[in-house]
Every structure is written in structure tokens, then in C-alpha cells.
Design a protein around this ligand. Structure first.
Ligand SMILES: [Zn+2]
Length: 80
């Protein structure tokens, strides 16, 4: 019974995650919760995005350099 509940909760959390509640800035690919992008101050957002990467240390991350990410944060890999 307990395990079943845990499973349900996990499944719910996963679907929340997949739904992509956050908006992605079309310019920086940063995932933004507010109404303005903290990097470019723009508000050109898209809800069609895929993949999430966490960048902690842009200087030391090959992926960050490949994606030209200069500010630590949560980014998507692809935005429509
Ligand atoms: Zn931006």
C-alpha cells in the first residue's frame, strides 16, 4: 500500500516535470519562472523546449562552452 502511494507520487512528479512548466528564453535558452529573463532582460519565451542541463561552472563545462552559456543556471538544449 505504501509502495503504491509512493509510485503514484513519483509518477505525478515525473509528469509535472515532463510538462515543462517553465518557459525557456528563446535567446539564451535559460529556463525562467518569472516574467523576465534575468540574463537578457527579454520576454521572448517559448514553452516548446526539450532537454534540461544544469550549468554550475560555465568556464569549466564543455557543454556550456559548446552552447555558449556564460551564466550559471538551468538551460534547455532545444527551444522552438
Ligand atoms: Zn534571455
Amino acid at each position: 500500500m505504501f509502495l503504491q502511494k509512493l509510485h503514484q507520487r513519483l509518477r505525478k512528479r515525473r509528469s509535472d516535470f515532463m510538462a515543462g512548466k517553465d518557459k525557456a528564453c528563446r535567446k539564451c535558452k535559460l529556463l525562467v519562472k518569472g516574467s523576465k529573463c534575468p540574463i537578457c532582460n527579454g520576454n521572448d519565451f517559448s514553452r516548446s523546449w526539450k532537454g534540461v542541463i544544469f550549468v554550475k561552472d560555465p568556464e569549466g563545462s564543455e557543454v556550456a562552452q559548446l552552447l555558449e552559456i556564460k551564466v550559471p543556471g538551468r538551460y534547455c538544449l532545444w527551444v522552438k
